[in-house]
Every structure is written in structure tokens, then in C-alpha cells.
Design a protein around this ligand. Structure first.
Ligand SMILES: [Zn+2]
Length: 229
């Protein structure tokens, strides 16, 4: 039998990775911004190696773009990219929904009901908006997790980083009519789950994600126009 050498990953590289990823997701680094390896290494008090290592890993995640002879940049979020990711998201979630209904337990239904209830709460402040967004992400993640399909979960998770960036950079005040629409859609999803009606769930979930995708694309376009103005 082959014996593989034990790999040791430097702690510095992991810390730099977390710092850069958090910085991108928290808007410290903007989409399209150039990242200077040497300056980052100096700033963090580490050698360039862990910084390069972290950048390569973030490039694999799609958060960073390495352009030959040009430099390293925080990935740009385009409306086309958001539209494409939402199409894949819709396909994956609808696939997961079928399996989720077949595997639905009273405990899972309880968890869905609890999240749907959280999403009924009013959204008037930034803190409430953040909580609302988290509950929404958790609800959709629960559908995917309930499928029990490990590979599906992995692919689904890998899509999320870009959508998080897109949401953060196109943040707008939630419009009342959008929230109301979303509320109706989540209620319809919960209802279909309670009825264990898979075709209905696939229908309302698909419509919900298509609508949410259109809205986010619109927000990204809007944010872009504002930046260019
Ligand atoms: Zn939703």
C-alpha cells in the first residue's frame, strides 16, 4: 500500500486566507480592486508565501482573479454572472426539493416552520435586514441539506460566495412590495412542504428563485450605474 506524506499547512496561510475572505465578504476590499501581495504581506507581518498561497486558494473559490502580466484582483461581480448563478441555484434547489419532500421528518418540518416564522418578522432596521437575510439563506440551505445529497450540497455552497458579494455591494433599502412578495412565496413553500406536495414545492420554489434572481440582477445593475455616475 502506498503511504502518503503527512501534509502540514502553515497556520499563517490559513489566517491570511480567513482575513482576505472576510475582507472581501465585508467589503473592505471592493470588487475589481487590485491586491498587492508584497504590501499585504508587509501589512500583515508575514512573508509573501502565505499570502500567495491564500490568493491561489481564493482564486480557486472564484473570489479572486489572477490576470497574467496584469495582477491580482478581487473578482468582479457582473449582472450576467449573478443571472447565471441564479439559474444554477434554481436547478439545484428544485432538485433538492424533490428529495427533501420524500425525506421530510416532523423535526425537519418544525425547522422549516421556525425559519418561515422568522421571515414573517418586520424588516425596518439594518440589523433586522441582516437577520432576515440570514434566515432566508438558512431556509434555502435547509432545503438543500434535507436532500441528503452530499455532492449537491457541496456544489450549492460553492455558488454562495459570489452571491454574498453581489448582495453586499448592491445593498439597497428593502422595498415593501418586494418583501411582501417574498413573504407570500415563502408561505407557499412552507404550505407545499406541510402538504408533502413535491411538484407544488418545485413550482413555487422555482418561481421564488427566478423572481429573486431578477431582483438581484436589477440591484447589481443599479449599484453599477451609481458607481459609474
Ligand atoms: Zn427565499
Amino acid at each position: 500500500m502506498n503511504t502518503l506524506p503527512r501534509l502540514t499547512r502553515t497556520r499563517a496561510s490559513d489566517s491570511v486566507l480567513d482575513m482576505l475572505r472576510d475582507g472581501i465578504l465585508a467589503s473592505t476590499f471592493r470588487p475589481g480592486q487590485r491586491l498587492d501581495v508584497k504590501a499585504l504581506a508587509d501589512q500583515l507581518g508575514v512573508s509573501p508565501t502565505p499570502v500567495k498561497d491564500a490568493i491561489n486558494r481564493l482564486a480557486a473559490e472564484g473570489l479572486i482573479e489572477i490576470r497574467p502580466r496584469s495582477g491580482t484582483f478581487v473578482a468582479e461581480i457582473t449582472p450576467e454572472m449573478v443571472g447565471e448563478i441564479f439559474e444554477i441555484r434554481r436547478a439545484l434547489e428544485c432538485l433538492a426539493a424533490e428529495a427533501a419532500v420524500a425525506r421530510l421528518t416532523p423535526e425537519l418540518l418544525e425547522a422549516f416552520t421556525d425559519l418561515a416564522r422568522q421571515l414573517e418578522r418586520p424588516v425596518t432596521s439594518e440589523a433586522e435586514r441582516m437577520r432576515h437575510e440570514q434566515a432566508n439563506v438558512a431556509l434555502h440551505m435547509l432545503i438543500v441539506e434535507s436532500s441528503g445529497n452530499q455532492r449537491l450540497m457541496e456544489i450549492y455552497r460553492s455558488l454562495n460566495a459570489h452571491l454574498t458579494i453581489a448582495r453586499i455591494h448592491s445593498r439597497r433599502r428593502p422595498e415593501a412590495h418586494r418583501l411582501e412578495q417574498e413573504l407570500q412565496e415563502h408561505r407557499a413553500m412552507l404550505d407545499a412542504l406541510q402538504q408533502r406536495d413535491a411538484p407544488r414545492l418545485v413550482q413555487v420554489l422555482g418561481d421564488h428563485i427566478r423572481r429573486a434572481g431578477h431582483d438581484l440582477v436589477e440591484d447589481v445593475l443599479h449599484a453599477r450605474e451609481k458607481e459609474q455616475a
